[in-house]
Ligand binder design. Sequence first.
Ligand code: ZN
Length: 116
Amino acid sequence: MVIEYMGDILRAEVAMRKELLYKAKNRPAYMFRIYGERVIDATRSGSPARYINHSCSPNCVAEVVTFERGHKIIISAARRIERGEELCYDYKLTPVADQSKIPCHCGAANCRKWIN
Ligand SMILES: [Zn+2]
């Protein structure tokens, strides 16, 4: 285990409203979707895990773990990580239509060009 992705657990519709609110205030939003209906909002009360970037060739994995009737997101090492190496995991975002695709700049040889 490297770190837990912490934050406020919200229903998906509440998270969508909050994301629009953050956008209106020009604040970056840090959110992690858990199995469709729940989202962890790390924007205001999250752990440093919210700063971990996406990579198509990651050194970590994000796993949703059931814990006392709730869920936790655990970031774990997928291989040996060298000192000073940037942590990254595959965001595994749902593919979307062309106009809202987010380009990937991970630099991996197997980069998929898009995060979503
Ligand atoms: Zn990539």
